[in-house]
Design a protein around this ligand. Structure first.
Ligand code: IPD
Ligand code: CA
Ligand code: CA
Length: 272
């Protein structure tokens, strides 16, 4: 890929993230409808759909031959047909958007033939833009992000989202997280996977583990963590897909092996 094309992708991804974030902040102050997707713990608002349409419009105006995999499915074509694929979540943390009005984000990633090129996660309520370009490092606004601290598993502050609904309990995931919580310094749960991964890149959290996330939840965060020097795989240690559901383990590289070893040694039956 030419440097000028990569620069154009970066510029548009950052514009989309900021513009989508500003739109969601504006709409948050007005009345909006909230619907249940699969249950009372799985919400979607009219704002999610409007913001996604807005982003899809921005992308197609500049790159009409690109595909888009978005949570709200507002892109009419089959995303699998495209070499360059934008993977987007217009509002990651919709429950927080509705209840807290903070701790939600926009997640925008660009993949080419399955390789992550650009990732952007924008938190509009704090005006924080986390982003990375393949081979060019990760940034928070204009500050470079680099995971150069050595952290052991017992010193690590981890984050998870596996408790997010009743299904997690049915799968036995709560037990895995309970054991892990006893091993590390502490466990947090913010409610926006994209933001949680961006926080790992920024060193605010040392690691993030989750099961059964969608591609749009981790597509951008993964590129940002990797470019900050972190490691990102599935929870069983295999490479992360870019267009399918997966478990996710994203962390400071200094305790990645220790964490993998711990999960295996405890014979925890971690689904991939
Ligand atoms: C959700 C958030 C949450 C995670 C869920 C996701 P949404 O995304 O990222 O942290 O636990 O699995 O579905 O629905 O708010 O876009
Ligand atoms: Ca999401
Ligand atoms: Ca979403």
């Amino acid at each position: 890929m030419q440097a000028s094309t990569l620069a154009a992708l970066k510029e548009l991804a950052l514009q989309c993230a900021r513009s989508a974030g500003e739109l969601s902040l504006k709409r948050m102050k007005e009345p909006f409808t909230v619907e249940y997707k699969t249950s009372a713990s799985d919400l979607v608002t009219a704002v999610d759909k409007e913001v996604e349409k807005h982003v899809v419009g921005m992308i197609l105006q500049r790159f009409p031959d690109h595909g888009i995999l978005g949570e709200e499915r507002t892109f009419a074509e089959d995303p699998a047909k495209y070499e360059t694929l934008w993977v987007i979540d217009p509002i990651d943390g919709t429950t927080n958007f509705v209840h807290q009005q903070i701790n939600f984000s926009v997640s925008i990633a660009v993949y080419h033939k399955g390789e992550g090129l650009v990732g952007a996660v924008y938190d509009p309520s704090r005006d924080e833009l986390f982003y990375a370009v393949k081979g060019e490092g990760a940034y928070l606004n204009d500050r470079p992000l680099r995971l150069d601290r050595t952290v052991s598993l017992e010193e690590a502050l981890l984050c998870t989202s596996v408790f997010w609904n009743k299904r997690a309990e049915q799968m036995g995931i709560d037990l895995i997280v309970k054991k892990l919580a006893g091993k590390v310094r502490g466990m947090r749960l913010l409610g926006s996977a994209a933001l949680e991964m961006a926080y790992v890149a920024a060193g605010r959290l040392d690691g993030y583990v989750s099961l059964s996330l969608n591609a749009w939840d981790f597509g951008a965060g993964r590129i940002i963590v990797e470019e900050a020097g972190g490691r990102v795989t599935t929870m069983t240690g295999t490479p992360l897909p870019y267009d399918q559901k997966s478990s996710v383990m994203a962390c400071n590289p200094t305790f990645y092996e220790e964490l993998q070893h711990y999960l295996k040694s405890e014979n925890m039956d971690v689904p991939s």
